[in-house]
Design a protein around this ligand. Sequence first.
Ligand SMILES: Nc1nc2c(ncn2[C@@H]2O[C@H](COP(=O)(O)OP(=O)(O)OP(=O)(O)O)[C@@H](O)[C@H]2O)c(=O)[nH]1
Ligand SMILES: [Mg+2]
Length: 364
Amino acid sequence: MSDTPAKSRSLFGRFLRPAAEPAPPPPEPAEAAAALQQEPAPPPVEPPVTPPPQVEAPAKKQGWFQRLKAGLTKTSAKLSEDIAGIFTKRKLDADTLQELEDLLIQADLGVETAMRITEALSKGRYNKEIAPAEVRAVLAAEVERVLTPVAKPLLLEGDHRPHVILVVGVNGTGKTTTIGKLAQRFVQEGKKVTLAAGDTFRAAAIDQLEIWGERTGAEVVARGVGADSAGLAFDALKRARENSSEVLLIDTAGRLQNKQALMEELEKVIRVLRKIDPEAPHQVLLVLDATTGQNALNQVEVFKDKAGVTGLVMTKLDGTAKGGILVAISAKFGLPVHAIGVGEGVEDLAAFDAGEFARAVALS
Ligand SMILES: Nc1nc2c(ncn2[C@@H]2O[C@H](COP(=O)(O)OP(=O)(O)OP(=O)(O)O)[C@@H](O)[C@H]2O)c(=O)[nH]1
Ligand SMILES: [Mg+2]
């Protein structure tokens, strides 16, 4: 996959932003299974439909950076408080550096990044008093350095018609919501979009996608509960061709009887899509929930191998002090981070910007 803008038909970086804005070794099987078992096997009872948020933007739109900052408040407030706790009227020495390293690891930034930050800090400042603000500036610079290579807008490359985007992830990470938000943006951009209700495991999942279809005007291809999801994906791709869609977004189950069943289903969906278009899916987006912290690392490991993940979307960066996990994931896997979610609203998804994220986490 190349990300040469010239070849792309659509630039997420632009359309994901509100128009008014300026622009370790593989896990052991047991560990992998644990990563995918956020919740125990599904009960027979049907959970309620999660009502999709209103598509209408709030009357008074906050700037994106303000929303990002607000969303990341918990992460940034904790870091800033803890840094101030270590460095107020104390010298930078082996003890304070160790304390800092520990807190950065606890903030889920990852051991490697934590060490790099303490190394960068110690240069020329050893045994001197250091202001917490200076520590945060070094933190911001290091976070930005790690995130810059992965902050890549989602490009609809090539002439695929439709461009097939398979959306995967464990249960509850925000797959269906992210599909709704993406559909809305594509439609706003004037693109014809079809949605495939590939999570045939739960009736509520199908209803949820149908509601997003109504709200965005995207056609939804769905079948009843228990239908074969690979067959559904096949039909959806056929239908998206017939109705001349430019984009087909395929929802998938996050939870089946067990992890193996889930991976087999995803592999089958991909195989079947390729009977129609050998290059499909053109993108496999793994949706991660920031609030799961370290567990997200295991999820990337498993889905990357089994489902050929091409890029990440991290949701729920609002309301968590674990936003640092995105840094650890980026340092470890180097997978493109296409977008982040900082709320349930349709506007709360934006192209990922390394500098903005670093500033929101470390300097606000
Ligand atoms: N705060 C917040 N909530 C979010 C975000 N993205 C999704 N959600 C909420 O998370 C919950 C789960 O979202 P879904 O989109 O249903 O997740 P899913 O991955 O499709 O879940 P399954 O279908 O069960 O696998 C819903 O209540 C969403 O509104 C986000 O960025 N921030
Ligand atoms: Mg879902």
